[in-house]
Design a protein around this ligand. Structure first.
Ligand code: PEP
Ligand code: MN
Length: 271
């Protein structure tokens, strides 16, 4: 089968443009921000700090897929409104999750890039609808998706005429229990071989433990990732979701100091 996602001989990696940010070029891109948008102050302080430290895109969820329906499920439209204000203030392009095809328009009013979460990687209606928008998409790997299933999921978006797709490895379910998921570093070079799409790594959900985020992030860069998505919170202990895997500002600063030399060692740049 000749898939649109497939890399043909010598084909360059497709560049995905999100505002002024180019994903898939020589420059490594770091997207950082909280798991969930909790308040104006929380998002503003995080955005300013990650921007100062070299992140060029902001993340933050307004619609959160949670295992329990009784957990904090995001601030919805209020969250989007906060995101829009912080985007205007900082100039950072933003990525946020769209969980439901019915929310696409609302999310598109703010998002420079749609995030399709792990749990929705095989929601084919949603994939088709975001494909129609032509807006960049960060497609996270399903919790238990093979590489092939993931590529076919991307194909749903590509086949609607939207070639602005970035694949994001975020760990998969294995028998291991020490970490939240098992990061499949091999997926990064494998996808580079098989597809022309840029590949990201999210070591926050991949590991589920903040202390493991930086070393795994560096491994991802060494393996050829085009960028990182990192959860950062001003006070991880007080976070309404994913605090245990979120870096505080100090730890994010330490990661950013280490990213440059590793990026350079594999022929990449970082601002
Ligand atoms: C997230 O990025 O906050 C998230 C819910 O990720 P995933 O879909 O990979 O679990
Ligand atoms: Mn999260």
């Amino acid at each position: 089968m000749n898939l649109i996602a497939r890399r043909n001989n010598e084909q360059e990696t497709t560049t995905v443009r999100v505002g002024d940010v180019i994903i898939g070029g020589p420059q490594l891109v770091v997207i950082a921000g909280p798991c969930a948008i909790e308040s104006y102050e929380q998002l503003l302080s995080t955005a300013l700090e990650v921007q100062r430290l070299g992140a060029t895109m902001l993340r933050g969820g307004a619609y959160k897929p949670r295992t329990s329906p009784y957990s904090f499920r995001g601030k919805g439209e209020t969250g989007l409104e906060i995101l829009s204000q912080i985007k205007a203030l900082t100039g950072l392009p933003v990525v946020t999750e769209v969980m439901d095809a019915r929310d696409i328009e609302r999310v598109a009013d703010v998002a420079d890039m749609f995030q399709i979460g792990s749990r929705n990687m095989q929601n084919y209606t949603l994939l088709t609808e975001v494909g129609k928008t032509k807006r960049p998409v960060l497609l996270k790997r399903g919790l238990a998706a093979t590489i092939e299933e993931w590529i076919y999921a991307a194909e749903y978006i590509l086949s609607e005429g939207n070639d602005q797709v970035v694949l994001c490895e975020r760990g998969i379910r294995t028998f291991g229990t020490y970490t939240r998921n098992t990061v499949d570093i091999t997926a990064i070079p494998a996808l580079k071989e098989l597809t022309h799409l840029p590949v990201f790594l999210d070591p926050s959900h991949g590991t589920g433990r903040w202390s493991l985020v930086s070393p795994v992030a560096l491994a991802g860069i060494a393996a050829g990732a085009d960028g990182l998505m990192i959860e950062v919170h001003p006070q991880p202990d007080l976070a309404l979701s994913d605090g245990e895997q979120s870096l505080n500002f100090e730890h994010f600063a330490q990661l950013m100091e280490r990213v440059g030399p590793v990026a350079n060692a594999v022929g990449r740049e970082i601002i």
